[in-house]
Design a protein around this ligand. Structure first.
Ligand code: SF4
Ligand code: SF4
Length: 173
């Protein structure tokens, strides 16, 4: 049983990410040079992240829903339309921006931030949320080569913050 308490003090985590920006940058190069194979590193990261993911209650946080651009596929949009009974055309007019998404080679992105479907700290369309919401945060595969992107969330996502903290300890950083 994992009884460790992981802080979800978002102000502290945001401040730490700023304070340690250079440290994280150096850590990225350290990981690139680590002798483990990509697969071994992925396995280690997943082993470290699993209990942290299990212990942190995202319903007490919801910072990603407030802070991130949420990209979605056409299938996501159709699934959302079906589940919410909001016509797809209306979603595309009012809530999904395909032009801005195309700039990043994506199909669509929610227009609003925080997400318009967030109610307090709960997702109002949980069963119908986009795949990117279901997946976040993503550590693997290719942890070593996506670490730069992952570290972009270290100051906003407690799961990322604590996983990187513990990984640093595990690698002797
Ligand atoms: S759809 Fe739900 S899970 Fe996704 S960003 Fe909005 S509130 Fe969060
Ligand atoms: S995924 Fe991270 S930022 Fe999003 S709710 Fe969970 S802990 Fe918070």
């Amino acid at each position: 049983m994992n009884d460790q308490i992981y802080s979800i003090d978002l102000a502290f985590i945001a401040a730490e990410a700023v304070r340690r920006a250079e440290d994280y940058d150096a850590f990225r190069y350290f990981v690139e040079l680590d002798e483990r194979t990509d697969a071994e590193l992925d396995t280690l990261v997943e082993k470290i992240a699993a209990p942290i993911i299990a212990a942190i209650d995202c319903k007490q946080c919801a910072n990603c829903c407030r802070s991130l651009d949420v990209y979605l596929t056409e299938n996501d949009a159709q699934h959302l339309a079906n589940g919410t009974f909001i016509p797809l055309e209306q979603l595309l007019t009012e809530q999904i921006d395909c032009d801005r998404a195309a700039e990043n080679e994506e199909w669509g992105v929610f227009r609003q931030k925080p997400c318009q479907f967030l109610s307090g700290k709960l997702c109002g369309v949980y069963e119908h949320r986009p795949e990117s919401c279901r997946m976040y945060p993503v550590f693997t595969p290719d942890f070593r080569w996506t670490l730069d992107e992952i570290l972009g969330g270290v100051g906003l996502c407690p799961i990322i913050y604590h996983t990187i903290e513990q990984l640093q300890q595990a690698l002797g950083w």
